[in-house]
Ligand binder design. Structure first.
Ligand SMILES: NC(=O)c1ccc[n+]([C@@H]2O[C@H](COP(=O)([O-])OP(=O)(O)OC[C@H]3O[C@@H](n4cnc5c(N)ncnc54)[C@H](OP(=O)(O)O)[C@@H]3O)[C@@H](O)[C@H]2O)c1
Length: 210
């Protein structure tokens, strides 16, 4: 198993990101959080170091990753802001370079990959996303291509509707289609943290659900 030092988190102030940060701290990881507005972040721990910056800024991402062994991202698209997913992946890949730094990124089930066998519900959800938010959908798809074309250690975790109850339950995993219609943010956090050391889904985009 890889010896873990410090974990970088992007989106740690968001709804899912807060579960991720809490669980990482509970496990004793030292964290570096990239935050655009540190003043809005209320969680406190001696294990947390804050880097102020935007994931669209390559230099901020470089500083974030310089002493980290993995980077976990729950960054999401904000309304009326520049597209974030694909450029974030480009910046993260460039900052990782040839180092064995693992990138675990959260995405919706609307992303398509060549090995998918999406069922009716997932196809419907994908088509809805494509029709309703075409630019965001295409940018997410582009983000997947950035990863697929790289030699880095990445895992894209695809999820359906997220609930924020904080209840842990069984997590179902599939490489071909979403096994269910929803998942709790606490279970997403747990699964993403497991991916730091688990090679099962390396360079793949598993679907998870409760
Ligand atoms: N909610 C769902 O049902 C659902 C379903 C499937 C997939 N997803 C995906 O899951 C992820 C997490 O969802 P969520 O609901 O937890 O998201 P969220 O609460 O909206 O949080 C998004 C986070 O991303 C950060 N962020 C956005 N743009 C950034 C930038 N340019 N630089 C740095 N940080 C940036 C935000 O920081 P600021 O506070 O600075 O804006 C925020 O902390 C998203 O990628 C979303 O697309 C969500």
């Amino acid at each position: 198993m890889k010896e873990l030092q410090k974990i970088a988190v992007i989106g740690g102030g968001g709804r899912t990101g807060q579960y991720l940060v809490n669980q990482l701290i509970e496990k004793g990881y030292s964290l570096k959080l990239l935050l655009r507005h540190p003043e809005n972040f209320t969680m406190q721990s001696p294990l947390i170091e804050i880097v102020e910056g935007d994931v669209l800024n390559p230099e901020a991402v470089r500083i974030l990753l310089e002493d980290c062994s993995a980077v976990l991202s729950t960054a999401g698209q904000r309304q009326d802001e520049p597209l974030v997913a694909s450029q974030a992946s480009v910046n993260i890949m460039n900052a990782i370079g040839d180092r064995p730094v693992r990138y675990v990124v959260l995405a919706g089930l609307n992303v398509d990959t060549p090995s998918d066998e999406k069922g009716e519900q997932s196809v419907k959800a994908t088509e809805w996303m494509r029709a309703t938010f075409p630019a965001i959908h295409n940018d997410r798809q582009k983000s997947y291509s950035v990863l697929a074309e790289s030699n880095a250690e990445w895992i894209m975790v695809r999820v359906p509707y997220i609930e924020f109850n904080g209840n842990r339950a069984e997590v179902k995993v599939s490489g071909t289609d979403s096994p269910g219609a929803k998942i709790d943010a606490a279970d997403i956090a747990g699964f993403m943290i497991n991916q730091i050391t688990d090679d099962t889904w390396l360079r793949k985009a598993p679907f998870i659900s409760n």
